[in-house]
Design a protein around this ligand. Structure first.
Ligand SMILES: [Zn+2]
Length: 184
């Protein structure tokens, strides 16, 4: 079955987006991060990740399905908001791949109330099946794993803890977890 995949074109880029802006990151020395331009309620949608669909993963791609990743740049290679979405082991946002009439979109939601000006972070371990060249994490959280790992390398306890908060797992992660737990 051929599934048509579209990234919504209607969301403006970071530079003209009322929700998020790019500023100096508190997490990455001399790096940039995505910051809230207004308050967000818990579970409120913050933005839709836009970019180029590719069939490989790199350090900057974000996973959409088992085979498809989003490289968060526009057609000219200019960064989209997702480019600046940094990882934290204790994030204030989460992602979910929404399927609507066979169109897939990767959406970022507030995990808890986010104040205007806060840096928006997600846990890559609940986005990516595997992390290519997994690197040291310096997010500074008390819960820091020490390195950024993929979902396939997470312990069951951490996944169950995530699910117990009623957070949704995107299909590519849910299927992997089901296979691992042998649940059908
Ligand atoms: Zn960390």
């Amino acid at each position: 079955m051929q599934v048509e995949i579209l990234i919504e074109e209607t969301v403006p880029s970071a530079m003209s987006n009322d929700n998020v802006g790019v500023e100096t990151s508190k997490l990455i020395p001399s790096g940039k991060g995505l910051h809230a331009r207004r308050d967000f309620l818990e579970r409120e949608e913050i933005f839709i990740v836009e970019g180029q669909l590719v069939n490989y993963s790199t350090l900057r791609t974000l996973q959409l399905t088992d085979d498809i990743h989003i490289d968060p740049v526009d057609k000219d290679g200019e960064p989209e908001p997702g480019y600046y979405l940094n990882h934290s082991c204790e994030p204030n946002a989460y992602s979910y791949v929404v399927e609507d009439n066979q169109n897939l979109s990767l959406r970022i939601y507030a995990l808890n109330h986010i104040n205007k000006g806060e840096e928006i972070t997600v846990d890559y371990s609940f986005m990516e099946t595997a992390i290519t060249n997994s690197c040291i994490c310096k997010c500074g959280s008390d819960y820091c794993r020490g390195k950024i790992i993929g979902f396939k390398d997470l312990g069951d306890e951490e996944i169950e803890n995530y699910l117990s908060k009623n957070l949704p797992l995107s299909k590519h992660l849910k299927e992997l977890y089901k296979r691992k737990k042998n649940v059908f």
